[in-house]
Design a protein. Structure first.
Length: 220
């Protein structure tokens, strides 16, 4: 099993052989179809997840049904929400969904806890990754709380645009990504279209003036 997946994570591959064996002895590879709920609010974390391929979208849903994407976990990464729940012995407070087909490694909670206790290298790796992902999450919070929505929308359109300038996304998808209401995002898109910066069509948006969108995204 070691040869099958551990080399995909350079920091793990650099651990002493005994530390690697702690991780691999009970690890299991799993395949998840797109759309699978990987974890859900109120459920206890059972395994430390290492993503080999694919993307898991971690999202929060408010009591009113409003959704926001917190972050995504892709190949070669771990999930900060799962790590936090394992370390604190608390239940998940957000939802993880396989955005694509996902290949992952699941290390049972008991093996994770033993590795944290016995392997300084693994312990450093877990907390370093945790700190890095917390910084990313705080950036999301900062954007939602303090950045103007039109700036965030412009940046998201630029990030999602294909080389030909098209963005295959719905108004609802954009609202989901930005943590806003579809009606609000729709009004902003209509204003961008009025200015001639974008053209709106069903299920996609065409960027007509990406330079103007970039100026908006970078505006103080």
């Amino acid at each position: 099993m070691t040869e099958a997946w551990i080399d995909r994570f350079p920091d793990l591959a650099a651990l002493p052989a005994d530390d690697q064996r702690l991780l691999t002895a009970n690890a299991a590879t799993v395949a998840l179809p797109a759309g699978t709920t990987v974890f859900a609010p109120g459920v206890a974390a059972q395994s430390f997840l290492l993503i080999l391929d694919g993307t898991v979208r971690v999202q929060q849903v408010s009591p009113s049904g409003r959704e926001i994407v917190l972050y995504r976990v892709t190949g070669g990464e771990t999930c900060i929400m799962t790590t936090a729940c394992l370390l604190s012995d608390e239940e998940y407070s957000a939802e993880g969904v396989a955005e694509t087909e996902v290949q992952a490694v699941a290390i049972p909670k008991a093996a994770f806890e033993e590795s944290i206790a016995r392997s300084p290298g693994f312990r450093r790796l877990v907390f370093a990754d945790y700190s890095h992902r917390i910084s990313d999450l705080m950036h999301v919070v900062e954007e939602v709380a303090f950045e103007r929505l039109d700036k965030r929308l412009a940046q998201r359109l630029l990030d999602l645009a294909a080389p030909d300038g098209t963005v295959p996304v719905t108004h609802q998808d954009l609202a989901f990504e930005l943590g806003s209401a579809r009606e609000v995002v729709g009004r902003l898109l209509k204003e961008l279209e009025r200015r001639g910066w974008v053209a709106l069509a069903r299920g996609r948006i065409e960027l007509r003036q990406p330079d103007r969108l970039k100026e908006l995204a970078e505006r103080e």
